[in-house]
Design a protein around this ligand. Structure first.
Ligand code: GCB
Length: 596
């Protein structure tokens, strides 16, 4: 699904701003007649979660109504153009009406969906109404409130709201809503693949099947003209192109034009990076060279806006990643905004791109539905992010309760689907089951979350590191694949100090992370370390979550560094420190980064 753009043949308009909003008086019902427009609303900011905007809405997850009015921008004409409305993310269920006509519905947050409104849209006075509902339920993905299922270790206490995951279930229209206009028979999709350094394969799809000409141009240099009906594929030879990497995130403009009788009638451009990514034995190779991942798992989370898109926070987070010497992150526990992904390409960060499947369970009830939703989300994620050079790996799930006989075939199904959609990137899932995660037999990379020294061996870092080291070796012996430690960390209250270090103090977090890094750097099959979490974040209320916060951030929720941030900066930016302990072969691949 192409991101809307504006050029001389395409136009897009952003409907972000203050919309009308109202909680549904019947909670789960459909307030009578509201789909045609309502008059009882109060103003709400779009995009943003509703939970922190109103003090009566913090824990409200049931149905709510949004409404906005718009006129078509100057020059747009539904008689000649195809006009669509695109929602970049609505959490969780969305049902949409334009001028009283139902356009359709979408299930699942964090991924875009759109409707063709050419036949319903008026030149003036359009009323767009969206009903959003974010209840937690066992047959949703991610699942919430699972009766009778064993909670994971981190959730053995009651939590409110009762999600089966450790982040606040923010609801609402979280990312921009865009109107866009194109020609009716234009470019519908573009897929770019670089399987080897000197060759870029481009596939173009069209929503029509008469023969026209496609002109495909890379950085103004490699124009190829070919005939296209509904699909065409070309290979561009680019022997001397500057490759994309974290040190040099070179991007090249790819432009696709459609011509009829020599006249260009559609045009779409995107920046592409030429790079290869593959697993070779125990190494992760970017452009044929080993790369080691240093970074974090994150959350899209900020006071007041909740999970809503905040461009300034994205810029700040990339600046902090650069400052601390990270080269990568995982989109825990759901796909991040398209704006975040575009900047990862531009700034040279490596991304493990994760679906919203966190906390899956496998008992029979609703299993088929959960699988179908996971397949939909995997398809939507790959369709959205397939062209980003920054995306180096797909993560199918986080911490499934996969000690169940069905789990392996469930993930085999998702693996096969992801592989059929993308032959180039490694595929993984992030597990806390360790040796018991049978899906690691067919997944390409082992991603493990561990909290020794925190939830187990609490406060005992020697014992924790010994246990970690033994387990990593055992996993390598059993699965013989490269491993990333995708989560490790300690809740840390900013300003709490202790010597010797004690749990919750800034010293303990700094010490724990340093000790973990020492263990990891001693193992040649470990290809990355992602700390949990980059920043403190909001979660449900629970006896172990003071003030409804997870405090494992290395930065606070308002992005101030804790002691551990300074420690990591010393370690991650200091190549000499690691030369003694680490494998030089890997280290040389990660030591240099340009400045932000
Ligand atoms: C985990 C989860 C993450 C939690 C974290 C914790 O294993 O993947 O969502 O927030 O532990 O802090 O307990």
């Amino acid at each position: 699904m192409l991101y809307p753009q504006s050029n001389h043949l395409r136009q897009s308009a952003d409907l972000s701003g203050f919309w009308d909003f109202c909680f549904d008086p019947h909670k789960s019902g459909e307030a009578k007649g509201w789909h045609t427009g309502f008059t009882v609303g109060r103003p709400i900011a779009v995009p943003a979660s509703w939970n922190d905007q109103f003090d009566d809405g913090r824990d409200y997850l049931s149905a709510a109504w949004y409404q906005t009015r718009f006129d078509l921008p100057w020059g747009w004409d539904a008689a000649r153009q195809r006009i669509c409305v695109r929602f970049n993310s609505v959490n969780y269920l969305a049902k949409v009406w334009l001028n009283g006509v139902c356009l359709g519905a979408h299930e699942g947050g964090h991924l875009p969906f759109e409707f063709d409104i050419t036949s319903n849209v008026r030149r003036e006075h359009n009323v767009l109404v969206v009903r959003v509902e974010g209840e937690l339920a066992p047959d949703r993905v991610p699942p919430g409130i699972i009766p009778g299922d064993t909670p994971p270790i981190a959730l053995r206490w009651e939590r409110y709201p009762s999600g089966f995951f450790d982040f606040f279930p923010f609801c609402g229209i979280h990312r921009p809503v865009l109107l866009y206009a194109t020609v009716p028979d234009g470019i519908a999709d573009v897929t770019v693949v670089t399987e080897s350094a000197g060759c870029v394969r481009v596939r173009v799809n069209r929503a029509a099947d008469d023969a026209v000409t496609a002109r495909i141009t890379l950085q103004g240099q490699h124009g190829i003209e070919t005939s296209i009906t509904d699909e065409t594929q070309v290979e561009l030879a680019v022997p001397n192109a500057a490759l994309w990497s974290p040190e040099s995130p070179n991007l090249h403009d790819l432009t696709i034009e459609l011509l009829r009788a020599g006249v260009v009638f559609d045009c779409y451009s995107l920046p592409i990076g030429i790079r290869t990514i593959r697993i070779d034995g125990d190494a992760l190779l970017l452009n044929g060279k080993p790369i080691y991942l240093k970074g974090f798992a994150r959350h899209e989370d900020f006071p007041i806006t909740g999970r809503g898109l905040l461009p300034a926070v994205i810029v700040k987070d990339y600046a902090l990643l650069e400052w601390i010497g990270a080269n990568s992150f995982r989109t825990s526990h759901y796909p991040y905004s398209e704006q975040m992904m575009h900047l990862a390409d531009r700034l040279g960060f490596l991304v493990i791109d994760e679906t919203p499947a966190v906390g899956l369970f496998f008992s029979d009830e609703g299993l088929d539905r959960r699988l179908e939703l996971c397949r939909q989300q995997t398809r939507e994620l790959i369709a959205r992010d397939k062209n980003h050079p920054s995306v180096i790996m797909w993560s199918l799930a986080n911490e499934p309760h996969s000690d169940h006989p069905t789990a392996k075939s469930f993930f085999h199904n998702l693996y096969d689907l992801a592989r059929s959609l993308d032959v180039t990137r490694p595929i993984t899932l992030v597990s806390s089951k360790g040796l018991l995660e049978e899906s690691f037999e067919f997944l390409d990379v082992l991603c493990l979350n561990r909290y020794y020294g925190w939830y187990n061996q609490s406060g005992q870092l020697d014992a924790a590191c010994e246990q970690l080291s033994k387990e990593l070796d055992a996993m390598h012996t059993r699965f013989d694949k490269p491993l990333i430690l995708t989560e490790f960390g300690a809740d840390t209250i900013p300003g709490c100090h202790a010597l010797p270090p004690e749990m919750f103090s800034e010293e303990f977090q700094a010490e724990m992370l340093t000790r973990y890094l020492e263990v990891l750097r001693g193992k040649s099959f470990v290809i990355g370390e992602h700390i949990w979490n980059m920043c403190d974040f909001k979660t449900g209320q629970d006896v172990r979550r003071m003030g409804g916060m997870n405090y494992k951030g290395v930065f606070t929720r308002d992005r101030r560094p804790k002691l551990a941030a300074h420690r990591l900066r010393e370690l991650w930016r200091n190549t000499d420190y690691w030369r003694t302990a680490a494998d030089d072969r890997l280290w040389s691949a990660v030591s240099s980064r340009r400045s932000f």
